[in-house]
Design a protein around this ligand. Structure first.
Ligand code: NAD
Length: 487
């Protein structure tokens, strides 16, 4: 298997290599084999990328928004036309099942390019009537923005960050996760092919130190990070100390509350979507499933039946429903949490082991796992695991479910399953989370804002909210009479 790109970085409309940077092996998580070798950015590469972005941004920002949008929409069309090949690349890079990447990864990036390509032309400032004089506001680009990605949705993340940034007239330097560096390069090629002027979307590779070098560069106006809470705290502190704009999309330990009156099969479907999609590596996952006592036992029984049927295996096989975890380190971490759950006294309902898969012995597979009898203090109920490990907790009444749901430093997402709509809205109103679902889970179309409360983040991606976060307001007061000066 070979997925070697032409070079490690993409700067000013072309591939660039600098072998002086540290070697980065790209591993296919289903077999453990190396499918590409890249180099992390040297300080010289970081400078080249930021300088290219800085030089290109001014002219881009002066274009009519509709002209910028046209290029983004063209890039969206190319993404859709190459969906299958990009999905395959994403599966090789992440190990996620191809049946997911075919519908969820390049497609979601394309949605973002299309949405922001269209929306930006009607995203304007305000007119403020001052009874004679008036004022207006302009929404202006910030300048050079840095995007730093996580490894679970590499091309989606690159699309979600670059589309609103570029639509607003910014330039972007994007650093993918060191685990999944490939698809952002493919996106950069597509932007060039769609007619994006050179220098506006640059990709540099590297570990956290490269992210920190980008985020602290004096020419950078904004940093948007998707990653864990500890990384977010570091990057936000750095950005704050340098007075840069920042968006933080971080981790979670989100609650899903299932009331007795919920449709059982739908609630189980939602809980499974919220724990097993992308092999559980989704930030908004509902890893704490609170089930009301009257439904609890039936819920667990059917959940176990359905979970055991999940087809785990070769991620390139379209029948496979769950691929491996992204890396050996993540595999060890998730298996470690299974042991912690057992040691803490939770009941292992199903899963927890490493499946034996012929020809894929070197892969980072784990069975989808359900623990019941989980209590709020257990580490598996408090810490983000980022793997297919669901904790089921039992509750009696609404107030208790709300209080226990909110008892966490995180606040990314939350969900409620009930047929009682008044209760659904009342409970959602009390939950401390940025993105919530009623009677479904984990759907994030580009039209709706996505982001977290509390330690799960600051700022929002997608929807018109994202355009706000990639722009700044300039206020212009206009006098229509004489100046009333006391002097
Ligand atoms: P991570 O925090 O380890 O790394 C994220 C990115 O930050 C990587 O590109 C990494 O190289 C970079 N980085 C690390 N240290 C840095 C530093 N000091 N300065 C600048 N950049 C630095 O996260 P991960 O393991 O790649 O991803 C998993 C995490 O991401 C989970 O916590 C998950 O919940 C979160 N996540 C959040 C969202 C969201 O939208 N809220 C989406 C996906 C993933």
């Amino acid at each position: 298997m070979n997925a070697q790109p032409k070079a490690s970085h993409y700067i000013n409309g072309r591939y660039v290599e600098d072998e002086g940077g540290p070697e980065m092996a790209v591993i296919y998580p289903a077999t453990g084999e190396t499918i590409a070798t890249l180099h992390g950015a040297t300080p010289n590469i970081v400078e080249l990328a930021i300088e290219a972005a800085r030089a290109a941004q001014g002219a881009w920002a002066r274009l009519k928004p509709v002209e910028r949008g046209r290029i983004l929409r063209k890039a969206a069309d190319i993404l859709r036309a190459r969906n299958d090949e990009l999905a395959r690349l994403e599966t090789l890079d992440t190990g996620k099942a191809i049946q997911e990447t075919l519908v969820a990864d390049p497609a979601s990036a394309a949605d973002a390019l299309e949405f922001f390509g269209g929306a930006v032309a009607s995203f304007n400032g305000d007119y403020i009537d001052l009874g004679g004089p008036f004022a207006y506001t302009r929404r202006e680009a910030l300048g050079v923005c840095v995007g730093i990605g996580a490894w679970n949705y590499p091309i989606q993340g690159a699309g979600w960050k670059s589309a609103p940034a570029l639509a607003m007239g910014n330039a972007m330097v994007f650093k993918p996760s060191e685990n999944t560096p490939l698809s952002a390069l493919a996106l950069a090629e597509i932007y060039t092919e769609a007619g994006l002027p050179d220098g506006l979307f640059n990709v540099v590779q590297g570990y956290g130190d490269v992210g920190a070098a980008l985020a602290s560069h004096p020419a950078v106006a904004k940093v948007s990070l998707t990653g864990s809470v500890p990384t977010g705290k570091k990057v936000l502190a750095l950005a704050g100390s340098l007075m840069k704009h920042a968006t933080m999309e971080l981790g979670g330990k989100s609650p899903l509350i299932v009331f007795d009156d919920a449709d059982l099969e739908n609630a189980i479907g939602g809980a499974m979507l919220g724990n097993f999609y992308s092999t559980g590596q989704v930030c908004s996952n509902s890893t704490r499933v609170f089930v009301q006592r009257g439904l609890h036992d039936r819920f667990l029984e059917r959940l176990a039946e359905r979970t055991k049927k999940i087809r785990i295996g070769d991620p390139l096989d379209p029948e496979t429903q769950m691929g491996p975890l992204v890396s050996k380190a993540q595999h060890e971490k998730v298996l470690g949490y299974v042991e912690i759950g057992k040691a803490e006294g939770a009941n292992l309902v199903t899963g927890g082991g490493v499946p034996r898969l012929q020809g894929l012995e070197g892969g980072f597979f784990i069975e989808p796992t359900v623990f019941s009898g989980v209590t709020d203090e257990m580490r598996i109920a408090r810490e983000e695991i980022f793997g297919p490990v669901m904790s089921v907790l039992c509750f009696d009444d609404e107030d208790e479910a709300i209080a226990r749901s909110n008892d966490t430093e995180f606040g990314l997402s939350a969900g409620v399953f009930t047929r009682d709509l008044a209760r659904a809205h009342r409970v959602i109103g009390e939950l401390q989370a940025g993105t919530c679902w009623i009677n479904n889970y984990n759907l994030s179309p580009v039209e709706i804002p996505f982001g977290g409360a509390k330690a799960s983040g600051i700022g929002r991606e997608n929807s018109l909210e994202a355009l706000k976060h990639y722009s700044q307001v300039k206020t212009v007061y206009v006098e229509t009479g004489d100046v009333q000066s006391p002097y």
